[in-house]
Design a protein. Structure first.
Length: 97
């Protein structure tokens, strides 16, 4: 898969009542464990997202998806240049969805 085009990256965030969509490129960034009130569906288009969820880290590579249930603690690492598209869906509890 190719990287995210500059025009799409320039949009940054699209919002609606149902949720948001963000597009981003990260490199050399790590987040501390945190939560979101939304269920997040993430696809990687370039590079590798190292996602720690439920105490285990997994690599999410181009063309792969991962789901981060609402209110679930997680952390992310972006070692190399990595582009992601994230769907932040409101109103889903996560567990059992």
């Amino acid at each position: 898969m190719a990287h995210i085009p500059a025009a799409l990256l320039g949009l940054g965030k699209l919002s609606s009542e149902a949720g948001d969509v963000t597009v981003a490129t990260r490199e050399g960034v790590s987040t501390q464990p945190h939560t979101h009130p939304t269920t997040n569906y993430v696809t990687v288009t370039e590079g590798t997202l190292y996602l720690t969820l439920d105490g285990a880290e997994r690599a999410v590579r181009p063309g792969e998806w991962c789901t981060i249930p609402a209110n679930t603690e997680h952390a992310e690492r972006f070692v190399e240049k990595t582009s992601v598209i994230v769907f932040w869906v409101k109103g889903q509890s996560g567990a059992g969805d």
